[in-house]
Every structure is written in C-alpha cells, then in structure tokens.
Write a protein that binds this ligand. Sequence first.
Ligand code: 5GP
Ligand code: MN
Ligand code: MN
Length: 317
Amino acid sequence: MEMSFASIAALLAAARSLVITGHVHPDGDCLGSVLALYHGLVAAGKKVQMLIDDDIPAMYRFMPGVELIGKPADAKFVCDALVVLDASDAERIGKVGAAVEAPVINIDHHTSNVKFADYWLIDSQAAATGELILRLFREMKTEITEDIAICLYTAIATDCGFFKYANTSPSTLRDAAYLMECGAQPHLIAEQLDTRPLATLTALGKVLQTLEFHAGGQIATISVTREVGEYAQNTEGFINYPRTVEGVEVAIMFKEAEDKNVRVSLRSKNIDVSSIALSFGGGGHMRAAGCTVTGSLKDAQAKVVTAVTEALDRTPL
Ligand code: 5GP
Ligand code: MN
Ligand code: MN
C-alpha cells in the first residue's frame, strides 16, 4: 500500500519493536539512513534492532551507532515492523527478509523499485533515502541531534557525489545546510570518507590498467579480478575514474565475485542505465545502476557492453 510521510509516521508510532535494514554492499546512503532512523526511533522509546546482511566497509565506520548493526542469524526475529531503507527489491536485503517476521515498510528513492513491501513510500526525485528520512523526522517532530545530522549528511552527500550529480536539487542543498546547523561537519565527514588503506590505492593503479574503450570511445570499462578485489578491500569510487574521460557517456566496472558471479556497476552522463541493469536482474537510478551477471568476467563484459552499445545506438545524444 502506498503511504504518505504522515501515514508512515503513524505506523512507526504504533510499533513497539522494529528491525531496520538496508541493502547488501551497503553504501553511505543505506548506512546513514538506517543509523539515523535507529537514533530517531530509540529516542522515541522504541525497541530497535539494525540488521544488514553484509560487512560494513571501513570508511563508513565513523558513523555513530555503526557498531550496533548486526547480521541476520538463523533465529527468527518477531517484531512489529521491518523497515527496509534504500532497497528496491526483496533480494537486495539478503537474508534479513527470511530472518524477520513482521509487516514490511519500505522507504526508498530508486526508479527501479518493484513495490515489494506491505507499505511503501518511494520518491525517485529524492537524491538520497536520507532526504526522505529527514522529511519523515519533520513529520514525527524528531529532534535532529548531532548524531542524526552526521548520519543523514553522510547519506545525502554520498548519494549525490557531494552535490555534483544531476540528482542534486535545491532541497538537497537546503537539507545539507540544515544538517550542518544541527552539528554535521562536512569537512570532517569528507575526510573520513576519503581515507583509504594504502592497499586500496595500489589496487586502483592496477585496475586503471584494465581500462578499455568501446563504441567509439563512448563506453569505458574497468575490471577487478577476484585477487585484486580482495587485496583492494574496497573498490567504491573506482568507477568514477573511467567516467571522467573525455567523450565517455557510460562507464562500467566489472568485479569478479563469489560463485562465478560478476558484479557490474554502471554510470552514465545521460542515458538510462537503470533499465539496462534491470534487464540483467539488477536495478538502480537513471544514471547509476548495478546488477550481478553469472559467468566469467569475459562473458559479463561481452554481454553488458553489447547491451550498453545497443542502448547508445537507440538514444540520440
Ligand atoms: P553500485 O554500482 O554503486 O553498486 O550501485 C549503483 C546503484 O544501483 C545504487 O543505487 C544501488 O542501490 C543500485 N544497484 C546496484 N546493484 C544492484 C542490484 O543488483 N539490484 C538492484 N535492484 N539495484 C542495484
Ligand atoms: Mn544505496
Ligand atoms: Mn540511495
């Protein structure tokens, strides 16, 4: 059932115990939104558990409360609501879906959202799920503490590329200014997010050597083998480098994962890559999307590059 901010606020007010989750391969928006909602609901006297079916990348571990995020276990959690943030389909939350028995509330901003929840609030105009949590807090009259401000600023800033991407709106910037007034310090947050182990930088050097161009230079790809991926620890942000090359419309990163799977990240300047990701069982936003392709690195490269080339042929730029 489609919900307004007021009706989501009423559902949350009626729940006594809740689980909050976000997607696997968690990013800043997912973690910042989960943590902010956690702090807001705990302050309202709720019993809240955060669960994410994945490891938390080191760069996000500065956010207050992150050590309280658990992983789903075999035992079932019975509670009044499962709140799913920044995830557009049921598979995106991994094993959390099976581990929690409760009505599902989904708050998200992906165009590819398949409306899998019992109750949903989806706004694809929002640059980040964090913007929606801030609007929800206004409805709930939740005090925006410094901890909440840090989490929501991180959520919003990371999903709009620090206000550089096309999803940045006047209200994104107003939200950021307001969160700064509530105690978020952008320069300190940026420093935390930009700090990497040396191994990650060394791996970036190796990954950039795999740079290839297709479709007359409109597509740039990079590839991360299993070995390099493990050494790198975290490849977040690598995709931004091929995207900066003059003439590139679509950047693609292929990353070898477990079970003969290849994780694919797509970034575009104009064309809709979310529909391409969706055709491979993934999803995302118009200009930033992802999917998992089963097969070798080579197979995945051939399939996805062909699909993107066809999309470019269909789209007059
Ligand atoms: P990334 O390339 O950073 O992993 O993801 C880019 C965007 O696409 C994010 O908004 C992310 O949530 C979405 N996305 C990435 N992979 C998948 C996927 O396998 N399924 C769905 N539904 N969305 C994805
Ligand atoms: Mn996300
Ligand atoms: Mn997001």
